[in-house]
Design a protein around this ligand. Structure first.
Ligand code: SP5
Ligand code: ZN
Length: 332
């Protein structure tokens, strides 16, 4: 199995995030990748790590607004770690032209996604892993992108939820440009508000998500089952909100329903936004789900022919074990 990871993805290493009450140690850090690599090494599983070539920046601009991309690209080298103290999205009327502080709050939707001088470099490399993953599906049935920073919260013109560029959305559009039909299954604990927004008005991509109910979980303002897409996109957005403490039984039944929706659509490529934060020991998410249950997720998705896996969240010490438990069931 080919697994894509670019070394620059490790350069973004924020120290702190604001959790609404106080600053705490950042959980979305390069250690997550080390834990996954460690678990891969310790397993019987056969894989090869590839460094992707850095992709064309225009691919990112097919999904994200050019000014947002250029803002991230222009973060001065002099900053240490910055987060907004006021937010403009979506109601602000003034477009900031100069103040970095103002731009931070214009281009981010939450305070727990700090910018460092390495944000752009790492996020661009993360997208590159996702794009290479799609390219390799030409010759493989399964490919994996160890995306970090993650992507599914990143919206067209704002970042948030530890995400800057929407890796899976860019990957999906890249696959569409090669004439492939695509569905995204998102099993991260959190709703992928960015992926939903990006494809909300189009039938280009079928987006199906299982996640903690937004009435009680981040990102709070998106992810109800009433959100089904609009215009041409009507019916192409399918949300399965679940209670925070969902059991393995309920999760499995819901996952089968979600996969039936995708099977009916019969996409050439199934792209999985694979967050591992439904695991019960996760410090940011955590449903009533054991690390062993990830085997079940692997078995269920293995029924599809061509599968791209994209890392999203997952912040526990067991992230590697959960990840490998999914991959074990996929052949390439
Ligand atoms: C990609 C991804 O998984 N992003 C998640 C972003 C979550 N950001 C803030 C979450 C605040 C959670 N509060 C913790 C409750 C602990 N039980
Ligand atoms: Zn998550």
């Amino acid at each position: 199995m080919k697994i894509f990871l670019h070394k620059n993805q490790l350069n973004y290493a924020p120290k702190h995030e604001f959790n609404g009450t106080r600053l705490k140690k950042s959980v979305e850090n390069p250690t997550r990748i080390s834990l996954i690599k460690q678990a891969l090494k310790g397993s019987q599983f056969e894989y090869t790590l590839f460094e992707p070539k850095i992709c064309d920046l225009d691919l990112i601009k097919t999904i994200h607004d050019v000014d947002y991309v250029e803002f991230l690209q222009s973060i001065p080298d002099t900053i240490d770690e910055e987060a907004p103290h006021a937010f403009s999205y979506p109601y602000g009327r003034v477009v900031p032209k100069e103040s970095l502080k103002a731009k931070l709050g214009y281009y981010l939707f939450d305070p727990s996604t700090p910018l460092t001088k390495k944000t752009f470099e790492s996020s661009y490399a993360s997208v590159s892993s996702a794009v290479s993953c799609i390219d390799s599906l030409q010759n493989q049935n399964v490919a994996v992108a160890l995306c970090r920073p993650p992507g599914h919260h990143a919206m067209k013109r704002v970042g948030g939820g530890y995400c800057f560029f929407n890796n899976v959305a860019i990957a999906a559009m890249h696959a569409r440009s090669k004439g492939k039909s695509v569905s995204i299954l998102d099993v991260d604990y959190h709703h992928g508000n960015g992926t939903q927004e990006i494809f909300y008005n189009t039938s280009e991509v079928l987006y199906v998500s299982l996640h903690a109910d937004p009435r009680e979980a981040y990102p709070y303002y998106w992810g109800s089952k009433e959100e089904q897409g609009e215009g041409e996109g009507k019916g192409f957005n399918v949300n399965f909100p679940l209670p925070k403490n969902t059991s393995e039984n309920v999760y499995e039944t819901t996952l089968k329903k979600a996969l039936n929706v995708i099977a009916d659509y019969n996409p050439d490529y199934l792209l999985v936004s694979l967050g591992l934060d439904i695991y019960k020991g996760d410090p940011v998410g955590g449903m009533n789900i054991s690390s062993g249950f990830f085997n079940k997720i692997g078995e269920e998705i293995s029924k599809f022919l061509k599968i791209g896996i994209f890392l999203e969240g997952g912040y526990s010490q067991e992230i590697g074990k959960c990840f490998v438990n999914v991959l074990k069931h996929l052949e390439s």
